[in-house]
Ligand binder design. Structure first.
Ligand SMILES: NC(=O)c1ccc[n+]([C@@H]2O[C@H](COP(=O)([O-])OP(=O)(O)OC[C@H]3O[C@@H](n4cnc5c(N)ncnc54)[C@H](O)[C@@H]3O)[C@@H](O)[C@H]2O)c1
Length: 265
């Protein structure tokens, strides 16, 4: 087991990548604090882990609010005795250019995706130092390392996560804390519904089109991202820090030109 006896705190764990990661981390032997602004979803993930024989608690948190995040970290330490892994994963998006984006929309996306990561690190790192070290995995995005149309606020936030993770890796390396970010391509989760960008249950319609954006010709699965996060959070990745790891079916490899456009005939 990759994470035996580790204590892991995962935000946005009521859905999608965070939910799959909470389940995977527990399968790998971690005790997991499942955190989400959707209290019921967080509870459902924790219950699913417990019914499979794992150890999990859930907590309601709005990662935009400092006091909420501080309470989340303190509760994790109170219940499980320590904090080894923080997976800052909660995120939202709005598909708009900067011209179309209102100040309120900018604040929502940047506060959840970037300020929330800042708060998580701010309150978790002192606890990790007390415990002798730890690992921080931050969910950025392919849109944090490549230009993507119509993601003005989201790109800014995710690019910020990538570079902030590198700085944190340097600042706390000698405290035995590793910090990395992960950069998914399109992953099949309910994010578009959760962010009110499409009607509930309509995700399936967009998957077939977005799959073709990736050289591998398909979207990713939350379980594939969970497997990467579990590896990066584990001692197996003990010499990896400060990197932004794409998990994107080749999206980040370069300009994608469909093979039919490259044929001579
Ligand atoms: N799905 C993709 O294609 C994709 C691609 C690249 C990056 N990402 C990133 O992956 C992460 C997880 O996204 P997902 O696809 O699993 O989406 P999701 O909507 O399934 O899960 C995100 C979770 O974050 C929670 N959340 C939202 N605002 C919050 C807040 N203020 N406080 C606490 N929790 C909050 C939501 O309730 C939800 O449970 C996000 O950071 C997202 O930006 C997703």
């Amino acid at each position: 087991m990759l994470l035996k006896d580790k204590v892991a705190l995962i935000t946005g764990a009521g859905s999608g990548i965070g939910r799959a990661s909470a389940i995977r981390f527990a399968q790998e032997g971690a005790r997991v604090m499942v955190a989400d602004v959707r209290t019921e979803s967080a509870g459902n993930t924790a219950a699913e882990i417990a019914s499979a024989g794992g150890t999990a608690n859930s907590i309601s948190v709005d990662v935009r609010i400092a006091a909420d995040v501080e309470r989340m970290v303190n509760e994790t330490v109170r219940i499980f005795g320590r904090l080894d892994i923080l997976f800052n994963n909660a995120g939202v998006y709005i598909p708009k250019t900067v011209v179309e984006t209102s100040e309120e929309e900018w604040d929502w996306v940047v506060d959840v995706c970037l300020k929330g990561v800042f708060f998580g690190c701010k309150y978790a790192i002192p606890q990790m130092i007390k415990g002798g070290g730890g690992v921080i995995v931050n969910t950025a995005s392919g849109a944090g390392i490549e230009g993507v149309p119509r993601l003005g606020a989201y790109q800014a936030a995710k690019g910020g996560v990538v570079i902030m993770s590198k700085g944190i890796a340097l600042d706390f390396a000698r405290d035995n804390i590793r910090c990395v970010s992960i950069c998914p391509g399109v992953i099949e989760t309910p994010i578009a519904e959760n962010c009110n960008q499409i009607p509930a249950g309509a995700s399936q319609q967009i998957w077939s089109r977005s799959g073709m954006m990736h050289p591998l010709g398909r979207n990713g699965k939350p379980e594939e991202v969970a497997a990467l996060a579990a590896f990066l959070a584990s001692d197996q990745a003990g010499f990896i820090t400060g990197v932004a790891v794409p998990i994107d079916g080749g999206f980040n490899a370069g300009a994608w030109i469909p093979p039919e456009l490259m044929r001579n005939s």
